[in-house]
Design a protein around this ligand. Structure first.
Ligand SMILES: *Cc1c(COP(=O)(O)O)cnc(C)c1O
Length: 461
């Protein structure tokens, strides 16, 4: 067996073939080809990526918010290799199971907040959220309230890219392009810096949670099935909730008896300094989709953790649940997820994010808050957003939303740091294994990016 990297194609040849035959996700196909094609990433180690030209890039996004233990962990490759030799595949449909699937369910129950005692496996976060929708509807049907169909999400919430998951989510560009399924409604996110900066953050948090109650009243309390949100809104621009928000959201959910779905696809597996964002924000979910950091991206795998309220009904009143995926509980992916959990736990990575590297990362990033182009720095643990603004004193944002973010993103790529831009917020979600030195390097690069961006846009403070 020879690795493709041993082939003697040139970078230009790879790019040409890619442009000719490969349609990339979330990409302007023609635009990418016009720019000369995709950058070819060939290897990675720790928090660094290397492209085919040998450029070393600090990955401030951990791939897509997922490579929590960093790149190059041989134990994960070995776990996959060992499992593939023993049993590369078997399903969990026909009243069968495999040891990795069973053990992973047990460990997830142990790690997740109390009351989540069952796991249902899927292959991606989008699939997990399709499963969530199926379970919510099944639950209410079995409870004799089949009219409870509406799931309320949030504007700019991201729950995946299948038709059902994008309907749960609140990305208007996706809605416009493909339409949205019936049975979904959305409220504004608790974005203090954009929607409530003239108010006390705690008062704003209560107000933002009140929008859920307003929406429940508008839809009709008897028609609402559930509310879904990420603990910290990720892909929608790093919206960090005010301290009062989650308690108030939970009060409203209880008042109306609706299910609370907490999408932990990004916040899970240590990103906020606890195993789950629900622990950081003291949330008690009824359903909790997981993916991304679950295997640190080394294998595609996801799960829905199911709380007792839903599980008891599905199990005791259920009959057959007509739902599942060929790769639900894939033994190789489960074996890798188990090894990933072992690394996160035994190496104290989650604890370090909470007590040491997370606070250091946040402290260093907040030093950028006095930069003329920076409106707000927000986040916790190893997740952060830097919102750019045109005029700080007047709280005036840039006119052409997203344009300046893109300029900054491009400077970042050109200077060896992968940072993402969501509208005009720069987003960081690096591997959890960053050392203080890595963090210093990252912050220095971000400052350079901010200087260059301020220069390009003429903002001088
Ligand atoms: C990425 C993401 C998803 C979708 O996961 P995929 O594996 O891309 O399908 C769902 N929810 C959240 C919060 C995410 O960030």
């Amino acid at each position: 067996m020879t690795a493709l990297s041993a082939s003697n194609r040139t970078t230009a040849e790879w790019k040409k073939i890619d442009s000719a035959h490969h349609l990339h996700p979330f990409t302007d196909f023609k635009g990418l080809t016009d720019e000369g094609g995709a950058r070819l990433i060939v290897r990675a180690e720790g928090p660094y990526l290397y492209d085919s030209e040998g450029t070393k890039i600090l990955d401030g996004m951990a791939g897509l918010w997922c490579v929590n233990v960093g790149y190059g962990r041989k134990e994960l490759a070995e776990a996959a290799y060992a499992q593939m030799q023993e049993l590369p595949y078997y399903n969990t449909f026909f009243k069968t199971t495999t040891m990795p699937a069973t053990e992973l369910a047990r460990q997830l129950v142990e790690l997740t907040p109390e009351g989540l005692n069952h796991a249902f496996f899927a292959g991606s976060g989008s699939e997990a959220n399709d499963t969530v929708i199926r379970m919510v509807r099944r639950y209410w049907a079995l409870e004799g309230q089949p009219q409870r169909q509406v799931i309320i999400g949030r504007r700019n919430g991201y729950h995946g890219s299948t038709l059902a998951a994008l309907s749960l989510g609140g990305m208007s560009a996706m809605h416009t392009q493909s339409g949205i399924l019936p049975g979904f409604a959305h409220i504004e996110p608790p974005h203090w810096f954009q929607l409530g900066y003239h108010e006390d953050p705690d008062a704003f948090g209560v107000k933002a949670a009140g929008w859920l109650e307003d929406k429940i009243q508008e839809v009709g309390p008897d028609s609402v099935a559930a509310f879904i949100a990420e603990p910290i809104q990720g892909a929608g621009g790093l919206v960090y909730p005010p301290a009062t928000y989650w308690a108030e959201i939970q009060r409203v959910c209880h008042k109306y008896g609706i299910l609370l779905i907490v999408d932990e696809v990004i916040c899970g597996f240590g990103r906020t300094g606890n195993w789950f964002g629900s622990q950081t924000f003291d949330i008690k979910p009824d359903l909790m989709p997981l993916a991304k950091g679950m295997s640190s991206g080394y294998q595609p795998i996801a799960a829905v953790m199911v709380g007792d309220r839903v599980a008891d009904t599905l199990i005791s009143k259920g009959g057959e649940f007509f739902h599942g995926y060929t790769y639900s509980g894939h033994p190789v992916a489960c074996a890798v997820a188990l090894e990933n959990i072992r690394i996160l736990r035994d190496e104290g990575i989650v604890d370090r994010v909470r007590t040491d590297t997370g606070p250091y990362f946040q402290k260093r990033l907040r030093e950028l808050a006095d930069h003329p182009i920076v409106g707000e720095v927000r986040g916790i643990g190893m997740i952060a957003g830097i919102e750019l603004i045109r005029d700080k004193a007047r709280h005036e944002f840039f006119d052409d939303v997203g344009k300046v973010g893109t300029i900054a993103r491009d400077h970042s790529f050109a200077n060896g740091l992968i940072m993402r831009a969501v509208y005009d917020t720069l987003v960081l979600s690096p591997p959890l294994i960053l050392t203080h030195d890595h963090i210093d390097e990252l912050v220095e690069k971000v400052r350079l990016v901010l200087d260059k961006t301020a220069h390009d846009t003429g903002v001088t403070g």
